[in-house]
Design a protein around this ligand. Sequence first.
Ligand code: FAD
Length: 477
Amino acid sequence: MRTLLWFRGKDLRLADHLALRSATDQGELIPLFVLDPFFFAPARAQATPYRIQFLLDSLRELELALAQRGSRLVLAEGKSHELVPRLARQWQVDRVVAQRWCAPLGRERDRRVAEALEVPFELFEGETLHVPGTLRTTQGKPFAVFSAFARAFSAGPTPPAPLPAPERLPALPRGVSLPSSLPGLQQLGLQRNELVLTGGEQRARERLAAFLQGPARNYHEARDRLDLDATSRLSADLKFGTLSAREVWTEARAALSRRARPAVTSFLNELVWREFAHALLWEHPTLLEEPARAEWERFPWRGEGTEWQAWVAGQTGYPVVDAAARQLLASGFVPNRARMIAASFLTKHLLVDYRLGEAHYQRWLTDGDWANNNLGWQWCAGCGSDAQPYFRVFNPTLQAQKFDPEGRYVRRWVPELARLPAAHLHTPWLAPASALQAAGVRLGRDYPAPIVDHAAARQRFLEVAKKHFGVGRAPSA
Ligand code: FAD
């Protein structure tokens, strides 16, 4: 049996890879990665620079790991749905195997590949802890509410333990050439950004171990703090599959269960949010275009005006919102609480369409993931199936004072305010002239005055929402 194992960017590992296990159990193996212009054409790569950097790191390590075990990663350039069937024919494989994708783009690609292939195309699980679409209500319907989904999740089977990486792999069969090599960042018109996490299975496992030995123990209390490195930073690893969700789940349970029950429960709960996001997108692929709740269709969102531009550039005059915007552009990461504050500000204070924010995050986040990103934006905007109620509008100042109490987060990303004392840092527009002068800040020149007033913006959003929903039609919490 000759198997073509197609790595597709959400499974860049050798451990706990069910398609790889199935292929190594049975004869000859050809590991393939397609350099599809959809991602790798320079203009496309430049549109998602940090993910491409992480992806190339991970592929380089995968190449090495396969070679160390006696195989090779075959790289080929072309459109996946044309190239994979052509190579399968050329190399006379008996079947093609891969890990299943939840996202609609991948499902459509797989449909086209399956149609064009003359041999079986077998998809294996591994993106999520459980097979997407299998967790349903007792009436057989998809869950719309997280708490019910989480209850069903815990009542279900424990995610299986992860498989170890194979120690040896079969050599490439004769006649299989290596048509391409990995492009360097510069070939794609990009430069390395040292603030972006290094990709690859090895580094992912080190990140997991460091988290479990340190911040994990206090995760439940510190995870929302913007000034502490209190979370796992595994989101890009989970997105690219440099670690499987099952490995993270199993290791976290094993490492923490005895001594830190609330912390482990809280961390595992976030992995269940990830499952929920993937289940929602699996069940409702249109979520990427439309709000989950029909009453939000045609909501009078605004577009890309000057306020949108101020939000993107980190020039809204609300330091915590600006810190999040600038951190995103500079490093490809934003902590969850800051994502929530920034997304709430864009959609509620500025009334800008959440889909613009979602696309902007999808472009710049290293962990940019269709399912999680969409869930996050729809939750913050209020239109998600289990979202923050529309009438709850975050106060960015109170959020900043609570989650960045000494202002370390804001000082790092908004350096022009760094010398303001903590008491004024989150509200420079209220600071006395003497404090601004002592800190070298001229409001309106070094740093903007707020582009909207919080109370007025909140009121405006509520009025627009009430008018849109009409009396008696407002969505319930
Ligand atoms: P940890 O706190 O250590 O959590 C562990 C893992 O659980 C994460 O790596 C992630 O895979 C998962 N997770 C955590 N929180 C959530 C959540 N709310 N929803 C779904 N999964 C979660 N996450 C992404 O992975 N990609 C995105 O594109 C993305 N976009 C977001 C956009 C918005 C507006 C919001 C509010 C949230 C978004 N999130 C996204 C969720 C969350 O912010 C990140 O997963 C988290 O900040 C990553 O940091 P971490 O790995 O240290 O998380």
